[in-house]
Design a protein around this ligand. Structure first.
Ligand code: BG6
Length: 513
């Protein structure tokens, strides 16, 4: 039996049985996101009785100790409220159900010999079971993705069996540029089939991101105006107040562009701009995304530079608290030129979007945490209102608020009460929390569950990932050639002034954060 509570998700099938192997079991991702997500799935009654999780690290081989410590660290995150899902008291029975199913394997993932030992462990757990299903989750540093898949392949752990699937979930960043992403795909696809690979982009696990498709395609009122005839421009923002924190070692080599653009930001862009797929089938959806990403204008490195602003935060104040400069963060080069902010202007060269600019920005150490997509419609012809007192007719706007304060906002003009015609901008707000009671969620629950049931719709196909890299490659090339000017911005601000200038040159303005 799955762990079952009276309020378990009605109508959602329990996932198939599975051994779930996690590489990087002592890492931050596992403790903060993966394990709390798995706990939430247990609590919702969605995991099979025959579920087992094997954590791999180089630590002490004492399995019982690992089991207790792992659950303890999950408890600290979930009950301490420092996780994504807010502060929740863990259910004693669900916790015990999960703890019983935790196993450990001690080994060094760079040691080729380790994988035969792991095979022994997996076979032991599958012994006498009705299934041979195994998922491998690569929550490791990106340089290990290739070697781990190779190790698994060599040990025969990825061979599909009649009574069992073998799937690999790969974290981001998938490659560091177009060439390395292609090389990684080539290496991995020599070992497994595309349908065994689940490239994760956790933005796709967010309810609000999934809702973009529903809003667009389940409501007939939006589609007719979703095009260049009605839309002036689009702004996509992912602003974070946090700095680089303890991730300096990774981030200083990566930067905001690689960390966020070809993956998270382009997924938002694709959801917002793709054509309606023929079905919710994974390949139908991913083919439409691939098409629109392919249609993003490929420009020369010089042109890419003109349409990009890279910034790095210096000392400032975020929400009333001082924040040290990025360069002063642990494991960051004190002379680092890595960007913590990037803004791009892009075009999609297809019939629906030709000539509509897309302004996309993301940064750390900013004044507010806000992820949103703002669609700015064209202005109505002003003839009727040209004589009104303050003259300015504003354009209507629709904002998808991805996080926090999840919802959708429409902004339009209304008449102020009174004898004279005077216009005022007003908002109409839909808030998820007003309509739906949501279960605590880290955003990884849907993705893990979907992988277990074999639904790859919310995962990235090789062409989606490579397409994203192809768009940013000219800019990476320009930077590599030394054109890597950094524009400084104060922590706690809205980013570098040059990003405002980029929009001002087009007669536009970023929305306030
Ligand atoms: C991760 C990036 O993929 O996404 C982080 O590596 C970033 O740098 C994070 O902070 C943002 O995700 P979320 O869900 O907090 O908006």
């Amino acid at each position: 039996m799955p762990f079952n509570k009276p309020d378990s998700k009605k109508g959602t099938a329990v996932a198939p049985p599975c051994v779930f192997v996690v590489f990087g079991a002592s890492g931050d991702l596992t403790k903060r996101l993966l394990m709390p997500a798995i706990y939430n799935l247990v609590n919702e009654g969605l995991l099979n009785q025959d579920f087992a999780i094997v954590g791999i690290n180089r630590g002490d081989p004492d399995e019982e100790k690992f089991r207790v410590e792992l659950i303890q660290s999950v408890r600290e995150i979930v009950e301490g409220g420092s996780g994504e899902a807010g502060q929740v008291k863990m259910d004693a029975q669900a916790t015990a159900w999960l703890q019983e199913r935790v196993y450990h394997f001690s080994g060094d993932i760079t040691d080729g010999g380790m994988y035969d030992g792991l095979k022994g462990k997996v076979d032991e757990l599958l012994e006498g079971k009705s299934h041979r299903n195994v998922v491998f989750y690569l929550a490791t540093a990106p340089q290990f993705f290739g070697p781990v898949v190779e190790g698994l392949g060599n040990a025969g752990l990825l061979k599909k069996e009649e009574n069992g699937f073998r799937r690999v979930i790969i974290e981001k960043p998938f490659g560091t540029d177009l060439e390395s992403a292609r090389a990684l795909d080539k290496k991995i696809l020599n070992i497994v089939d595309e349908d065994q690979i689940f490239r994760i982009d956790h933005f796709l696990g967010k309810e609000t991101v999934q809702n973009i498709m529903v809003l667009r395609f389940a409501n007939f009122m939006f589609e007719p105006i979703w095009n260049r005839d009605h839309i002036d421009h689009v702004q996509i923002t992912a602003a974070e107040t946090v700095g680089v924190e303890s991730r300096g070692g990774f981030y200083d080599k990566t930067g905001a562009l690689r960390d966020m653009m070809p993956n998270h930001m382009f997924q938002l862009l694709a959801m917002m701009t793709m054509e309606a797929p023929n079905s919710f089938d994974a390949d139908a959806v991913r083919a439409e995304k691939a098409k629109v990403i392919e249609a993003i204008r490929r420009v020369s490195p010089e042109e890419a530079l003109k349409n990009a602003v890279r910034g790095q935060y210096v000392f400032g104040e975020v929400k009333g608290k001082p924040m040290q400069a990025y360069r002063q963060s642990p494991d960051v080069d004190p002379k680092s030129r890595t960007e913590t902010y990037i803004a791009l202007k892009l075009w999609i060269d297809n019939w629906r979007w030709a000539d509509v600019p897309f302004y996309i920005r993301t940064g750390k150490g900013m004044t507010a945490r806000k992820t949103e997509i703002a669609i700015q419609f064209k202005k109505a012809p002003g003839v009727l209102f040209r004589d009104i007192d303050d003259g300015q007719l504003s354009a209507s706007r629709m904002i998808f608020r991805i996080q926090p304060d999840e919802g959708i906002q429409m902004r339009f003009s209304a008449k102020e009460p009174g004898r004279k015609v005077r216009l005022s901008d007003v908002n109409m707000n839909f808030r998820y929390s007003d309509y739906f009671k949501s279960s605590p969620s880290t955003g990884y629950e849907t993705l893990i569950y979907d992988c277990l049931i074999g639904d790859a719709t919310l995962f990235q196909r090789a062409d989606n990932v490579e397409g994203g890299w192809a768009v940013v490659q000219p800019l990476l090339d320009a930077w590599a050639a030394g054109n890597d000017a950094v524009h400084w911005y104060e922590a706690g601000s809205a980013g570098p002034k040059e990003a405002d200038d980029m929009l001002a040159a087009d007669g536009r303005k970023w929305l306030a954060l």
